[in-house]
Design a protein around this ligand. Structure first.
Ligand code: MTE
Ligand code: MO
Length: 445
């Protein structure tokens, strides 16, 4: 027998203003009270367009007078109508004063595969540090032939590369196992974002400094209040580890570790140490606090998985989603409607995304949209023929070129149990009801 368990917002969500989830419906309500007036806002989602429709038949107000001077916004901001498209924070993983905290990316509003810098999820264990770039120093020490301390300018003198990769906290998706659970895409899967990063491969720096053969591990240490420290195996360092200072065409944001952070493409976010101050090379790992007390996964047999690195193949349906229901008033029998989502793998490149309309009993192949890059968000799409009154159980399932496929919830629980929140990549299901509303459910046998 298949069981469909509802995942619902608990008390926490209803008490906290910030947790009111952004949905298009919410958006139109709020937009109507803005200065442009109810008529223009309501016209965006009409049932049918008629010849006396004011929005198309009248010269709009904004065209009847001068627009703003270019001097108004020297650093551009989104349209005021997009005010609901923000990161959101949660008491989960937060200290009372929100210095140690997380703010999650509104992936239900994401377009394409790049997250704008202002929406990039932000997780810090000791608050956002603000570093004066003139005082930034990076010490590279331990088993290297030429230990060095670099200023930011000196670091940037190494030949740079630009690469597009996601960063995902390993706790992404883990909320299904620990309270609070959220009926939300942003809170269920928004512990991640994807950007175009510019920086230098660490192997390029090591060509210059000379690595001692005994070096098997690298410690990366942050200069922030949490002094985040993680040990990274040398193979990853010599493969694609980077120190990055550029994020989507500008300097890293303070929340992402300005002026420089470690980027380990595809590996768990916690390893990507921000506000970097030291790289130390040694023969053994350090067993720092974040790799012993945290970021290990307790299994049902009482043993914990340590040295857990790559984020496994994963996917999600972004359109529709709990925050992005279907406006079924505007849909007729036989209308085509696009189901869209993201797929990603920390182990390689996405090869296939399958979509199921019946909770995983039957799958068909979705189309991959746009750029397909390794260790990067991949956008997929499926054109669905809508049927009035239909109820769906929408599930996506991704495969990568390392040969992995997402497990079912049952398969995942049999190996991982329900104790650990880390590295959960089971398929996820949205129940779409006849009103077009979307609820997060979990399919168990
Ligand atoms: N120095 C330092 N680096 C850090 C952290 C931190 O608190 N301090 N948080 C880590 C965690 S747990 C994650 S998931 C990622 C989040 O990166 P982001 O804030 O750019 O999204 O940064 C990691 N690097
Ligand atoms: Mo994290």
């Amino acid at each position: 027998m298949t069981k469909i368990n509802k995942i619902s917002n608990n008390d926490l969500a209803s008490k906290d203003e910030n947790l009111k989830l952004s949905s298009r419906r919410d958006f139109f309500k709020k937009a109507a009270s803005l200065s442009v007036g109810a008529a223009a806002a309501a016209s965006v989602a009409p049932v049918t367009l008629s010849a006396d429709d004011k929005a198309i038949m009248h010269h709009p107000k904004w065209g009847q007078s001068w627009g703003d001077p270019v001097t108004k916004n020297l650093y551009g901001v989104p349209s005021k109508f997009e005010h609901n498209n923000t990161r959101r924070y949660t008491k989960l993983l937060a200290s009372g004063n929100y210095r140690a905290s997380i703010a999650v990316t509104p992936i239900h509003e994401s377009e394409g595969i790049i997250t704008p810098n202002g929406l990039f999820f932000s997780r810090s264990h000791g608050g956002t540090a603000h570093i004066d770039p003139n005082e930034f120093r990076l010490m590279i020490t331990g088993l290297v032939k030429k230990p060095i301390v670099l200023t930011l300018d000196q670091l940037k003198r190494y030949p740079s590369v630009t690469r597009t990769h996601f960063i995902e906290c390993p706790a992404n998706g883990g909320q299904e196992w620990r309270r609070p659970q959220y009926n939300s895409l942003q809170f269920a899967k928004g512990f991640m974002a994807c950007a175009q990063w510019t920086g230098v491969y660490i192997k390029t720096i090591l060509e210059d400094l000379g690595l001692d053969k005994k070096a098997q591990w690298m410690l990366a240490e942050g200069s922030d209040n949490s002094e985040m420290g993680r040990s990274v195996p040398i193979d990853k360092i010599m493969d694609d580890a980077m120190i990055v200072w550029g994020q989507n065409g500008e300097a890293l944001r303070p929340e992402q570790g300005y002026p420089a952070r470690l980027l380990l493409p595809g590996w768990e976010g916690n390893l990507c140490v921000k506000w970097l101050k030291r790289l130390d090379f040694a023969a053994e790992p350090w067993y720092a606090k974040e790799e012993t007390s945290k970021y290990t996964a307790l299994r049902p047999d009482g043993k914990a998985i340590q040295h857990f690195y790559a984020n496994e193949v994963n996917s999600t349906v972004t359109h529709p989603s709990p925050e992005k229901p279907w406006d079924v008033k505007d849909l007729k029998d036989g209308d085509m409607i696009e189901i869209q989502g993201l797929a990603w793998s920390g182990m390689g490149t996405i090869t296939t995304v399958d979509i199921s309309l019946d909770g995983g009993k039957n799958y068909v192949e979705a189309n991959i949209k746009g750029l397909v890059l390794p260790k990067c968000w991949t956008r997929w799409s499926y054109m669905h023929k809508y049927k009035k009154g239909e109820k769906l159980l929408l599930t996506s399932r991704a495969l990568d070129d390392a040969g992995f496929i997402q497990p079912t919830v049952d398969q995942e629980v049999s190996v991982m149990g329900v104790e650990s929140v880390y590295h959960r990549n089971a398929i996820e299901t949205w129940e779409v009801n006849e009103k077009g509303e979307v609820n997060h459910v979990q399919i168990r046998s």
